[in-house]
Design a binder for this molecule. Structure first.
Ligand SMILES: [Zn+2]
Length: 80
């Protein structure tokens, strides 16, 4: 089975005193590991009939987005 791998390269970029010290990335559409991208799970009701129940993790979409926040600070900053 093939596996998709994504990487982010972390570098401070252009910094200035008093400037923004945080950044945010959005990595979209990763396959939901809970339902394997199906968006549902098979369930059985009390009559032993099978029905599809929406995945509670990806809410039925089968996909997950990764929200990555990076906060920059001075190396000798021991606060927080
Ligand atoms: Zn899911």
């Amino acid at each position: 089975m093939s596996k998709e791998k994504r990487t982010i390269e972390i570098a401070p970029g252009l910094m200035s005193p008093g400037g923004r010290m945080g950044e945010r990335f959005l990595s979209r559409s990763h396959v939901c590991s809970y339902c394997q991208g199906n968006g549902y799970h098979w369930q059985e009701n009390c009559y032993r009939e099978r029905y599809k129940q929406g995945c509670p993790v990806c809410k039925g979409s089968g996909r997950l987005d990764a929200v990555i926040s990076i906060q920059w600070r001075a190396s000798n900053d021991t606060g927080r």
